[in-house]
Design a protein. Structure first.
Length: 362
């Protein structure tokens, strides 16, 4: 089956100079994919010409006259720029012309436009941002929410756990992935009221066989790979993500500086170059780029705005894998089958992070 993905080529810090080379590289390695490049057609065509890829099979271009910048307010992206590359790319998913969309654009705008156009799945109050982080078991730890919902209620974290479990089950082939609830300690008595009440819901699911709830986990468990999934509210998740990225850059820069400090260290670096390359490859944050916006009636993936072509290509790969494994249908079924009817609030729930409710017009 051919997987079609729409690409917001104008989004991010670098736009087509990154998104187009990433798309070309991806298509050269995957045979059953088609990419729709959305943006200012003359700029996209110029990039393809540079890469000598004008006639590459599987690429089509759709013109969009406007661009959502990284500092555009949500209101501008949602109500004024109706022909933006971001909106046109997402709308292709809504219309069924693409099975997934990838953008490196403004996160708040991407979430708002996606939620307005695609709506949330029945039973889901708020979409969540989910990404993967490396762990000591040489596998991924899936974590959500990473910034879409700063203020959460227990039912929201419960929904995040269900969506994350369905995602990991589909993509990683794990029938019962483990779920951990991020807390300041493993004991049940620790944590704030939100965490304690969420834990009750997840324990009840575990007893019913709905979720494989491990229990409370701490920050170090994320990178130890204690559980397949770590659930938290968006405020905590975003802080963890940004701190992790900062630590990664610090370690890389510190190691580079020490190896260059004197001839002895440089010799040691030369001897250990194989291990250093392997370490660098394993810890390269670009390999973990591509966060999914879970809970929508369509697949949307967010790339880091400052990523290079290598990193953006990973975001395209994650979108392809999600579409290939029919993640959307599996999440929808999980929510429909597992969500207690009394928990789900009406479909026009209070919007998160200033995102307009679905019945407002744009």
């Amino acid at each position: 089956m051919t997987i079609t993905i729409s690409i917001d080529c104008m989004g991010g810090d670098h736009g087509p100079s990154v998104t187009v080379p990433a798309a070309v590289s991806f298509l050269k390695s995957v045979s059953n994919a088609e990419l729709i490049l959305v943006g200012r057609s003359e700029i996209i065509q110029a990039e393809l010409h540079k890469l000598k890829a004008e006639s590459l099979s599987g690429i089509s271009i759709v013109n969009a006259t406007e661009v959502v910048t990284m500092d555009d307010p949500i209101e501008v992206a949602l109500r004024r720029k109706k022909d933006s590359s971001m909106r046109v790319a997402i709308n292709m998913v809504k219309e069924g012309r693409a099975q997934a969309c990838v953008s490196a654009g403004n996160t708040g705008a991407l979430m708002a436009v996606s939620r307005y156009l695609l709506k949330t799945l029945p039973g889901v109050d708020r979409p969540a941002i989910c990404t993967i982080l490396p762990n000591q078991k040489d596998g991924p730890t899936y974590m959500l929410d990473l910034g879409a919902n700063v203020d959460c209620e227990p039912q929201h974290l419960h929904q995040f756990a269900l969506m994350g479990s369905a995602l990991v089950s589909a993509v990683e082939g794990k029938p019962r992935p483990t779920v951990g609830l991020l807390n300041i300690g493993e004991e049940d008595i620790k944590g704030n009221d939100l965490v304690k009440r969420t834990a009750e819901l997840l324990r009840a699911d575990h007893q019913r066989g709905v979720l494989n709830f491990y229990g409370n986990v701490e920050g170090n468990d994320i990178f130890e790979g204690t559980t397949d999934i770590v659930v938290c509210d968006g405020f905590v998740g975003n802080v963890v993500l940004k701190a992790s990225e900062g630590v990664g850059r610090f370690v890389k820069n510190a190691l580079t500086a020490e190896f260059k400090r004197n001839p002895v260290n440089m010799l040691g670096a030369l001897i250990a170059r194989g291990a250093i390359r392997a370490f660098s490859r394993r810890m390269n944050p670009s390999r973990y780029n591509g966060a999914s916006l879970l809970g929508l009636r369509g697949l949307v993936f967010k790339s880091h705005g400052g990523e290079n072509a290598f990193g953006f290509e990973w975001a395209i790969r994650r979108a392809y894998d999600a579409a290939h494994h029919d993640v959307l249908s599996r999440i929808s079924r999980s929510i429909a089958e597992l969500m207690p009817a009394s928990e789900s609030t009406p479909h026009v729930a209070v919007p998160a992070q200033g995102i307009p409710s679905e019945h407002k017009t744009a």
